[in-house]
Write a new protein. Structure first.
Length: 141
């Protein structure tokens, strides 16, 4: 029934709790888990030094990869192998496209992420996923 589980993570405590729930479900059902992290496009202000800009962007990308590495470590400790994917763009749009493209059976994600201010202005990523996903969505608090 839920053979393909998608877990979008952003480094928040809720997203790691969502991963724990997915790992639990996977152990019971033998499901495959894909953990996805979407790097938001960084607003680049005028920076004269291309070297400095490159360093800043590389550090940002490394921090994003570290989130996925932590997820892999958590899964490995529980004896589960997961797939990790790093993408870039608008998180909700990228996640919704990924759900359709990969034909996911369920999305398990945190109810609130890291972006509190942006959530007030634009609406939360989890809210968009719940309202527009083509598969069931489980929100974890």
């Amino acid at each position: 029934m839920f053979s393909k589980i998608l877990v979008p993570v952003d480094g928040s405590d809720n997203s790691y709790r969502a991963l724990d729930a997915a790992l639990f479900l996977s152990e019971k059902l033998g499901s495959n888990i894909t953990v996805i992290h979407v790097m938001e496009d960084v607003p680049v202000l005028y920076i004269e030094s291309q070297k400095l800009l490159s360093e800043l962007l590389e550090n940002y990308k490394k921090e994003r990869k570290d989130i996925l590495s932590k997820c892999s470590e958590i899964a490995t400790k529980k004896g589960v192998t997961i797939n990790t994917v790093l993408l870039q763009g608008n998180p909700a749009s990228i996640i919704l496209d990924f759900i359709k493209k990969e034909k996911c059976d369920i999305v398990i994600m945190g109810s609130r992420g890291m972006g509190k201010f942006k959530e007030i202005i634009l609406g939360s990523v989890s809210s968009r996923i719940v309202h527009h996903s083509s598969c069931p969505v489980m929100l974890i608090r």
